[in-house]
Design a protein around this ligand. Structure first.
Ligand code: ATP
Ligand code: VIB
Length: 256
């Protein structure tokens, strides 16, 4: 089977970004990162998870201090707001609704997270497209409440065949599905050198890597035993093969 390719090229400006992937953006209910407008411009569809819409409304203007807030707001209109609607303010909902945003109220479902609901929306929205080519970028996914963070990671495990990347200001995380060759293309201007490989859900009996300071060679990894944290990227490409699903995480350089 062909290798699966990964990179953080979405953190590059549009003119430097290869156009091999299409992107979707999910805005969660945490402080917007400085690179949110960049990801917004890369994306062909943008969804706010419940209270994420408050963040878009309140914080996008802060990222453009020299511009009038209402002008900035009118540039960043999400395609949809979806969730159980216990966090989004009524005024914010009405504002975006009036500008054409689709509102999907799923307050009846208290068993799946708002992020999960947004992934379902995007899966259905892009059902006619080649989904193996769609990268879903999720901002505000890490560095907050631990139950939310773990819930967000669990979404990666629930949708192992979709390319979903969780982002904070400081790092990104995505899944490397088991039994495939993974080629991770390192862009030193935007990501690295700190990285980690973490088995999720079940132990890995065998993981092999190249391109890291501490490579694994047919090595077992499990919680309670060895997992690879505080590793360092050494080459332009990191290769990974494992018999179990792994989380890949890499640090993000300060955005300027
Ligand atoms: N502190 C946080 N850390 C990480 N992710 C978060 C955090 N807060 C919210 N999120 C993400 O944003 C989504 C929407 O947030 P929102 O506050 O609207 O959720 P919620 O379901 O109302 O949360 P709560 O558990 O507080 O009722 C959540 O489903 C979660 O994925
Ligand atoms: C065992 C169990 N634990 C927690 C919840 C609560 N919960 C999980 S997702 C969600 C929606 C958040 O927007 C809520 C309230 C549950 N249903 N089942």
């Amino acid at each position: 089977m062909d290798a699966m390719h990964h990179s953080a090229a979405f953190l590059l400006p549009s003119h430097l970004r290869p156009s091999s992937h299409s992107y979707a953006l999910v805005v969660l209910n945490q402080r917007l990162p400085e690179f949110a407008p960049l990801l917004w411009n890369h994306a062909c569809v943008r969804v706010c998870a419940d209270g994420g819409a408050n963040r878009l409304f309140d914080e996008m203007p802060r990222l453009f201090p020299d511009e009038e807030a209402s002008l900035v707001r009118s540039r960043y209109i999400p395609d949809a707001i979806k969730g159980d609607m216990d966090s989004v303010r009524t005024g914010v909902l009405e504002f975006y609704k009036g500008l054409g945003t689709k509102i999907v109220d799923e307050s009846h479902d208290q068993d799946t997270t708002d992020l999960h609901k947004c992934i379902i929306y995007l899966r259905d929205f892009t059902s006619g497209l080649d989904q193996s080519n769609l990268c879903i970028l999720v901002v505000g996914a890490l560095g907050g409440r631990f139950d939310h963070e773990v819930g967000n990671i669990n979404v990666l495990c629930r949708f192992p065949n979709m390319r979903i990347t969780l982002l904070s200001d400081d790092c990104l995380i995505h899944l490397l599905p088991k039994n495939r060759r993974h080629e991770i293309h390192i862009l030193p201007k935007v990501a690295g050198p700190h990285c980690g490989l973490i088995p999720i859900g079940m132990p890995s009996r065998s993981t092999t890597t190249t391109g890291l300071q501490w490579n694994l060679s047919d090595t077992e990894m499990k919680f309670g035993g060895l997992i690879s944290t505080s590793n360092i990227v050494k080459d332009d490409t990191v290769m990974v093969h494992s018999d179990a699903d792994l989380l890949w995480t890499i640090s993000i350089k300060k955005f300027t």
